[in-house]
Ligand binder design. Structure first.
Ligand code: ADP
Ligand code: MG
Length: 388
């Protein structure tokens, strides 16, 4: 955090009025369910994006990022769908979306510094939007951070920024997680109606033992933009249409086999089976967390990975290897997380086995000549906030 203040001083020559931060997120379970009106269960990471900010000049955004070293000026009356291009779309887009909601948004001088790996599937984009959105809300007296309803409205503005200004077709999980998660809890988010529930997930043991979520950024290429993501979405829509339903959420897991029999081809059957069983696994994980049965949670993580790999076909060698290596070193369970074809995996690991699990993952990658992955052990952290 001190670093972002120093960066701000170096760029703008004065002290910022304040520092706001927002976390990256990782989804424990519920993958490719968001666009099927399903359930997701993210946690906020301790890795955050920091925004040191002052109101600046009315109508003007001046933004600097320590990650790429760029300083950019954007006139706010020129912001709209597709403009500006590049990383400032996420920053200017939030201001534009809040203005569209009728809020007075003046200007902003902002320096950004982030601990969230950029492009690793841990939602650096939402952390960027939400840190800026939190600052704009506080500096402009919009009061959106004060309660969950306000935070949900801010999350919606951040989603709009990402969808319309940055042009990235994402659902709302990332922004909801970054603005609504609680420390020591997972966030059960119902993508059908936006309702949320905080599910206790206290992984600390009685004596500092306990468990961690070991996140591995495989550094493998994201390839969702080659059309795979769109193809999965289309398959789900076709399956729902063939079943006469609004979405696959409406398939009762008890009637799954009968529903699958009515689908026209095997690929559709596998895609639909993943979605329906995955939504059910989210429900089961929530139940097992409430019962304190982490071993059962681990088995459900494993089942999720198998389903994503075999039925949904969105895994890749790096994800499969990281998951298997973590399991072999004592993880209770592990799965790919995020859209797939690269990005990150998670494993539920006893604290005492973290070093072994990290080593196992690194060695498995080195043995295949792959770039070194980045591992970090996390517990559920807090949502966006003002830091100073
Ligand atoms: P993810 O959200 O999984 O990290 P995305 O592709 O959704 O990956 O978002 C990454 C993009 O967000 C980057 O290409 C960049 O435009 C922007 N971004 C995120 N964090 C920063 C940052 N700290 N500084 C500048 N741009 C950032
Ligand atoms: Mg993103």
């Amino acid at each position: 955090m001190n670093r972002v203040v120093e960066t701000y001083r170096a760029v703008f020559g004065t002290d910022p009025e304040g520092v706001w931060s927002a976390p990256g997120r990782v989804n424990l379970i519920g993958e490719h369910t968001d666009y099927n009106d399903g359930l997701v269960l993210p946690i906020a990471l301790p890795q955050r994006t920091y925004a040191a900010c002052s109101p600046g000049v009315d109508g003007l955004l001046r933004a600097h990022s320590a990650q790429n070293g760029e300083t950019v000026e954007v006139r706010l009356d020129e912001v709209g769908p597709g403009t500006p291009a590049g990383w400032t779309a996420y920053v200017a887009g939030v201001m534009w979306a809040l203005a569209c909601d009728g809020h007075h948004v003046g200007g902003l001088d902002v320096a950004i510094d982030s601990e969230v790996p950029v492009g690793g599937g841990l939602s650096s984009s939402a952390a960027l939007e939400c840190s800026v959105g939190a600052a704009v809300s506080d500096l402009g007296g919009l009061g959106l951070l004060g309660d969950e309803a306000g935070r949900a409205r801010l999350a919606a503005a951040c989603v709009r920024a990402e969808n319309e200004v940055a042009g990235a077709p994402t659902g709302g999980m990332d922004q909801s997680a970054s603005l609504l998660c609680r420390e020591g809890h997972a966030l059960l988010l119902d993508c059908r109606n936006g309702s949320i529930e905080h599910v206790p997930l206290d992984l600390r043991g009685p004596e500092g033992d306990g468990f961690v979520v070991l996140v591995t950024d495989t550094r493998a290429e994201h390839a969702l933009n080659d059309g795979q993501y769109a193809q999965r979405r289309t398959a789900c829509e076709r399956a729902a249409t063939e079943l006469g339903l609004d979405s696959l959420r409406d398939v009762d897991p008890q009637d799954l086999d009968a529903a699958l029999d009515r689908l026209s081809d095997d690929e559709l059957r596998r895609r639909a089976r993943h979605v329906v069983t995955e939504i059910q696994r989210v429900r089961e994980v929530v139940g097992r967390l409430r019962a304190g049965d982490l071993r059962a949670v681990g088995r459900l993580l494993d089942a999720s990975h198998t389903s994503l790999r075999d039925d949904y076909e969105v895994s890749c060698a790096e994800l499969d290897v990281s998951v298997e290596a973590a399991r072999s070193a004592g993880a209770l369970g592990a799965r790919m997380t995020g859209g797939g074809f690269g990005g990150s995996s998670i494993a539920l690991v006893p604290s005492g086995a973290v070093a072994d699990a990290e080593r196992a993952v690194r060695e498995a990658f080195a043995a295949r000549g792959w770039p070194e992955p980045e591992c970090f052990a996390v517990r559920p952290d807090a949502a966006a906030r003002r830091d100073t």
